[in-house]
Design a protein around this ligand. Structure first.
Ligand code: TXA
Ligand code: MG
Length: 362
């Protein structure tokens, strides 16, 4: 089954997607962050299909997506009865964070209820949950009347999809996948993940659009960086996004320091001839003296962090499709609002290149 290209999917198509989920099938759907590859969270066989489709190791946990009830005022949503079936100990602090940011691009990790399937948690004692804000995701979840587990709808280690066409190209020829089309994802990078499972402190596992200072500003709760002041011997949960190589294009990708494009090239002594250089749109031009044997083309990129995040994977995918020998991106500036894109760009560099698929990339 294929998607059509209207930006918001018609109800009849969503009804069909609900049937597919109920029958134990997979449905790709839009969220405000990236597209997800969804399955019924109470059906172990359906969940196993996700791992097969992605080529992802089965011990990597996946996120449970919940519907927000239809309310005119999100501030009035009572989240506790929706989250409770999945978790032990839903603390007041957790509810404070939920009330401030759900539905939205924020995933929270809790100690799991014993009914949560091992297929979801990778056998760990915790479960990750979020309520996506995208209207198509919300309608799908509400009509399904259950939770849907969904990793990003890409092959393991590859760039996450931010459009229905991206999802299609990931699984082309492998899987006859139903894809709901919700247009381009607005946030563009995966949700922020905060671990609340230790009970005593909130820990940032994956940076995203929602930052620790925003959480502090709205709730008064301090979010620690992973590894910050953690006692020795503590075991941090597995996050596949925290593996060094991830989100990787097959064209080599490197970052350059301000004004140092030629330094980035020196890593490649067998001079690359065609180089795409991303340049902040706030800067007029590189004014490079040029390079004797390389052809550069400048690609303007937004210098606002949210606008950049929203198009980062689009740039990586599109540039990867073109015939470049090397892609260069500027190092994102310092500042928490850049942490999410800096994290994704660094991993993309690490895993990039033609040999990225098997050994280094996860
Ligand atoms: O924005 C998002 O979060 C997207 C959309 C589709 O919702 N989903 C997404 O899923 O990024 P995925 O599977 O690509 O990344 C989820 C991350 C993985 O790195 C996984 O290891 C981590 O969440 N995760 C899931 N359950 C966890 C748990 N119990 N403890 C720690 N990390 C967990
Ligand atoms: Mg992913």
């Amino acid at each position: 089954m294929s998607s059509n290209s209207t930006p918001l999917q018609a109800s009849a198509v969503i009804n069909e997607a609900v049937k597919t989920l109920r029958a134990g099938g997979l449905v790709a759907f839009p969220t405000e962050t990236v597209y997800g590859l969804g399955a019924d969270a109470r059906n172990p066989e359906a969940i196993r299909k996700i791992f097969t489709a992605k080529g992802r190791p089965s011990n990597h946990p996946v996120i449970v997506h919940l519907a927000a009830p239809e309310k005119f005022d999100v501030a009035q949503i009572d989240w506790a009865p929706l989250v409770s079936p999945w978790v032990r100990d839903l603390s007041d602090e957790a509810l404070k964070i939920i009330n401030a940011f759900w539905p939205g691009p924020l995933t929270l990790v809790f100690k799991r209820d014993k009914s949560v399937l091992d297929e979801i948690t990778g056998g760990q004692d915790t479960v990750a949950i979020r309520a996506p804000a995208h209207p198509v995701a919300q309608e799908l979840l509400r009509k399904f009347k259950g939770a849907v587990v969904a990793p990003s709808a890409n092959r393991f280690g590859k760039v996450s999809p931010t459009s229905a066409a991206d999802v299609r190209s990931e699984f082309e020829g492998m899987l006859d996948l139903m894809i709901l089309d919700g247009g381009d994802c607005e946030v563009g990078i995966e949700s922020t993940i905060i671990d609340l499972s230790s009970g005593d402190r909130a820990v940032l596992l994956r940076p995203g659009a929602i930052t620790p200072s925003e959480i502090f500003a709205k709730t008064g709760i301090k979010v620690y960086q992973a590894g910050e002041d953690i006692k020795e011997g503590d075991i941090s949960p597995r996050v596949s996004g925290s593996l060094q190589a991830h989100y990787a294009p097959t064209t080599p990708l490197r970052l350059y320091a301000p004004g140092r494009v030629l330094d980035a090239l020196s890593e490649f002594p067998d001079i690359k001839s065609r180089v795409a250089v991303a340049v902040w749109d706030s800067e007029s031009s590189l004014n490079e003296d040029g390079h004797p044997s390389a052809y550069f083309e400048e690609v303007p990129i937004p210098s606002d962090s949210a606008a950049f995040a929203s198009r980062l994977y689009r740039f990586l995918r599109d540039l990867d499709q073109q015939d470049w020998d090397l892609i260069l991106f500027p190092e994102p500036p310092a500042g928490e609002e850049w942490d999410g894109v800096r994290d994704r760009l660094q991993r993309a560099c690490f895993g990039s290149g033609p040999s990225s698929s098997s050994h280094t990339s996860n």
